[in-house]
Design a protein. Structure first.
Length: 576
């Protein structure tokens, strides 16, 4: 079905000869527009997550102009609309607590305004899943415009990766191996331009997922933020959304079970962030696709890691990935594993999009015969510590921890843990298993990125840089190490992690996908009976609403009343 001017959604606001539509038209004229500017044309919402404190989106004022230029070129009428800027760098306790807020705002802004289609402008970690979740629920045609990665970091002739190298240099500073001047030099050189982290962190993971789902212009996720190709992509996104409206190319035609499976495979092959698990499950469920942890683990077992990008890779960053051929070239390497018939926002199929893609550096984008890691980026564990699952990134940790048994060192709060790790006399060995609990969706609160627990200074001074760590928190996608995350159910609601004690033996068996505490069931029952629920974190505001409705990590942490497919087809009112 194709749209005509009188069947546009915006026509319900402006076309009728009645008092209410008179008011809509007169207020548009108040803004300085004539009827011919907006009547009978696709009205395109440009949802912009820019703010002055969001460095990932610092270029968005200019990109918004370019998007709107493209909309006008294609005969549409652009309306820029600010929505919540969920910045990763400054939001406490964590930006994750506001992902669902932005998703709700996105859905409600689209639903309540006369938009025939929307361009979603995002990139910083939570903005991609939030915008897409909301737009999927709203159901109108949309295209995603990713912020793009920043330039490579640089200090003293060394290439720096955002996040990943900050952790490494911080350990060296704690060990006394670098000076304050060197530390400040790294600080000034690690983030040199607008754009998201240039490692394969959560931001680039999620924009690659959006791209492989078919929600961007093909290959848009790989373009560096400050490359002139990014400006052209922004205008191209504006032009394309107008055509999508006329074609009635709605998201339910794009985000299908096959497209979700494609995205999961691509995520594994890129060395994705562990956060991909939470966000992809939430996005899929908004589209009515029941994606599970077990589905992701099964794909992870059979999908090799091909993108040699830090932190899972050793040498390269997103800028290198783009010039090596980008996401389309990597997808072509695994074409036989993808459903090439899936339709994309471009109006073309995945197969058509990757047909002419080429790899220009096969050390950056590896062939199947020479992967960075034989299996995918993530593995899902289960056991008596995590009956509903936990996640580990095997390629980013020392292989000696893939099978490990050692005594637990348990911390009940981040503050307690932070104080202990800086104690040079802490009674800890490299075989200990560090545990931080009460840091999940409800306990954090908000599921903060605390899961890459700092190596105790006592071990740092001995030259150790990794150890097995377990938490019901998340970790930054730029992080690395032997970290087991997203333990579910979380300790704060009485999950088994709440019953673990310092000194208990913990066993990880990656090959068997097991994580267990070697404690008898009788003893665990006694501890469970003695456990007392902690006081709620919030008594008012968004936090209170969040705590009443948020799901656990294994279900994507969406709100219980938002997880089903929405939109007019699901019985939701489109307008009142």
């Amino acid at each position: 079905m194709t749209k005509t001017p009188d069947t546009l959604r915006s026509a319900r606001w402006f076309a009728p000869d009645d008092l209410r539509s008179f008011g809509h038209r007169s207020r548009m004229m108040q803004l300085g527009y004539a009827e011919e500017d907006f009547m009978g044309k696709p009205i395109i919402g440009v949802l912009n997550t820019w703010s002055e404190i969001n460095s990932c989106h610092g270029h968005f004022p200019e990109r918004a102009k370019e998007v709107k230029r493209g909309v006008l070129q294609a005969g549409g009428f652009p309306v820029e609309m600010p929505v919540l800027s969920v910045d990763e760098q400054f939001t406490k306790p964590t930006s994750m607590i506001y992902r669902n807020m932005l998703a709700m705002e996105t859905e409600e802004v689209i639903r309540s305004h006369p938009f025939d289609g929307v361009v979603l402008m995002g990139g910083c970690d939570k903005t991609t899943p939030a915008l897409i979740m909301g737009a999927l629920s709203a159901g109108v045609p949309f295209i995603y415009m990713p912020a793009g990665p920043m330039l490579r970091g640089n200090y003293a002739g060394r290439v720096l990766g955002s996040g990943s190298d900050a952790w490494k240099y911080w350990d060296e500073r704690r060990a006394g191996n670098i000076s304050d001047a060197e530390w400040r030099g790294v600080q000034g050189g690690i983030a040199r331009s607008h754009g998201v982290c240039m490692t394969m962190g959560t931001a680039s993971t999620m924009t690659a997922i959006a791209d492989s789902l078919g929600l961007t212009l093909p290959g848009a996720s790989s373009i560096p933020a400050v490359d002139s190709n990014h400006s052209r992509m922004a205008s191209g996104s504006g032009r394309r959304i107008v055509d999508m409206v006329w074609e009635d190319l709605t998201p339910d035609r794009i985000v299908t079970p096959a497209a979700v499976r494609n995205a999961a495979i691509v995520a594994m092959a890129t060395g994705c962030s562990t956060n991909a698990v939470v966000h992809l499950i939430a996005m899929a469920r908004r589209a009515g696709v029941d994606l599970t942890l077990d589905d992701l683990d099964a794909l992870g077992r059979t999908t090799p890691l091909l993108a040699n990008i830090r932190p899972s890779g050793s040498d390269y960053l997103m800028e290198d990935f783009y010039y090596a051929g980008g996401l389309l070239a990597m997808m072509k390497q695994i074409a036989d594993r993808l459903d090439l018939s899936c339709i994309t926002a471009a109006g073309t199929t995945v197969g058509e999009n990757i047909a002419d893609a080429q790899v220009y550096n096969d050390d950056v984008i590896r062939p199947l015969s020479n992967p960075v890691y034989a299996e995918g980026s993530l593995a899902v564990l289960r056991g008596n510590l995590c009956p509903d699952g936990a996640v580990i990134k095997p390629a980013a940790c020392d292989p000696r921890f893939h099978t490990h048994e050692g005594p637990a060192l348990v911390f009940d709060s981040y503050v307690q843990m932070k104080k202990a790790v800086d104690d040079e006399n802490l009674d800890v060995t490299p075989d200990h298993v560090m545990v931080l609990r009460n840091a999940g969706p409800l306990g954090g609160p908000g599921f903060p990125e605390w899961g890459m627990l700092p190596i105790p200074k006592a071990l740092i001074r001995q030259g150790h840089r990794d150890m097995l760590r377990i938490s019901d928190a998340r970790m930054s996608g730029t992080s690395y190490g032997a970290c087991v995350l997203h333990v579910a159910p979380e300790a704060f609601i009485g999950g088994p992690l709440a019953l673990l004690k310092t000194g208990d033996t913990v066993r990880l068996d990656l090959a068997a996908r097991r994580l267990d505490m070697l404690v008898s069931e009788a003893e665990l029952e006694a501890r469970r009976a003695a456990w007392t629920p902690p006081a709620p974190r919030y008594q008012r505001g968004w936090g209170y609403m969040f705590s009443k409705h948020v799901g656990q990590a294994d279900t994507g942490c969406d709100f219980d009343y938002l997880t089903r497919a929405h939109g007019p087809a699901a019985g939701e009112p489109d307008i009142f």
